[in-house]
Ligand binder design. Structure first.
Ligand SMILES: C[S@@+](CC[C@H](N)C(=O)[O-])C[C@H]1O[C@@H](n2cnc3c(N)ncnc32)[C@H](O)[C@@H]1O
Length: 331
């Protein structure tokens, strides 16, 4: 499942610059995104893709706090809009903020900010998780979303570069003028707006399930890092080679890695030196061909039913029997 990337000629690996430079191919800026933004020319970025900080901690513990957080984000989003090219896109990946048991869906709260700038929503991608925390007073949360907005109607969308294998490639039209002809696309099908496979694999590994896999190959010390493959799909679909991809909240650099993997120019800002150092190291490992990476489109581990972890434990068998015998109480 884990593949090391092909070895790169280190003499050809680009310098990682610390400040924006139109001639650079990789820029990792240490500091506040606002300071980097000031140096980026208008309409120069093809894709802005990020998972913003959920800065909704102690100082943001009530609704007013959430509003303040969104106000601060809207100032940055307006600046991001300025640097986005006319055929460019923004992908904003968020989950829910939960306070006192009440759920605040951040994508819904963010939507008006993008809409007020004139951006058009193209997809609200559901990134579905296989595992997670078990809620007791609501259904357990198992997805986050990625809002994909384009700046204009004239946006790049390379569907053929992200098609996935069809389930039934041999399916044919059974009536009409095309009767008997193959109904699918030889390059595969549209991956749809529910991205399950990536998430299942990520989560299976992330949640440290014994006997399956103790750690995802890409896992670093960052608490909420993207799987590289999630960004790869957006990079391939929404940009062309040599375009700039910008992650304003770069963390450990997953977006930058996904970008350079596909010959895009990569730009990121991160205010925590600890994460920035990991990002730089991961980029260097990528160019050396030693970065642990879970390839886009690799099939996901499926339990066979024989593993101990996928069998009903003896303690539960007895408990289930008791509960079933109690009948009415159980219902
Ligand atoms: C949700 S994490 C992003 C993780 C990233 N997607 C990855 O794969 O590593 C958000 C990151 O934004 C950084 N951050 C928060 N505010 C920032 C700011 N004003 N400027 C730059 N980085 C910031 C945080 O330190 C954190 O690492």
């Amino acid at each position: 499942m884990v593949s090391n990337l092909p070895l790169f000629d280190s003499t050809k690996a680009p310098d990682i610059k610390n400040d924006f430079n139109p001639d650079a191919s990789v820029v990792l800026f240490e500091g506040d995104v606002n300071d980097l933004l000031a140096a980026i020319p208008d309409k120069s970025i093809k894709l802005i893709i990020t998972s913003p900080p959920y800065n909704l901690g102690k100082e943001y513990e009530n609704r007013v706090g959430v509003e303040k957080y969104l106000d601060l984000q809207s100032i940055i989003i307006e600046k991001l809009y300025r640097v986005l090219s006319d055929d460019g896109s923004i992908c904003w990946q968020v989950g829910n903020f939960v306070e006192d048991g009440e759920v605040y869906p951040l994508d819904i709260l963010y939507y008006p900010i993008f809409k007020s700038l004139g951006l058009s929503l193209r997809n609200r991608v559901v990134w579905r998780f296989g595992h997670g925390l078990h809620a007791s007073k609501r259904f357990s949360g198992r997805y986050e979303t990625l809002l994909w907005f384009s700046k204009t109607d004239d946006y790049t969308f390379n569907l053929d570069d992200v098609r996935v294998p069809s389930k039934y490639p041999g399916k044919r039209h059974y009536k009409g003028p095309n009767k008997g002809k193959l109904s699918g696309n030889p390059l595969g099908k549209n991956p749809s707006d529910v991205w399950e496979i990536l998430a299942e694999d990520w989560e299976t590994c992330w949640w440290d399930i014994p006997n399956v896999k103790s750690n995802h190959p890409e896992k670093t010390d960052h608490p909420c890092q993207f799987p590289i493959a999630l960004v790869e799909r957006c990079v391939l679909a929404l940009t062309d080679e040599n375009d700039w991809v910008f992650d304003p909240y770069a963390g450990v650099g997953s977006s930058l890695i996904a970008s350079v993997m596909h010959k895009r120019k990569a730009l990121g800002s991160e205010k925590e030196k600890e994460y920035l150092d990991i990002a730089r190291q991961r980029l260097i490992s990528y160019f050396n061909g030693t970065l642990p990476y879970r390839q886009l489109g690799k099939s996901v581990y499926q339990p066979t039913g024989k593993e101990k972890i996928s069998q009903i434990p003896d303690e539960w068998k007895a408990q289930q029997k008791r509960l079933l015998e109690q009948g009415a109480d159980y219902k």
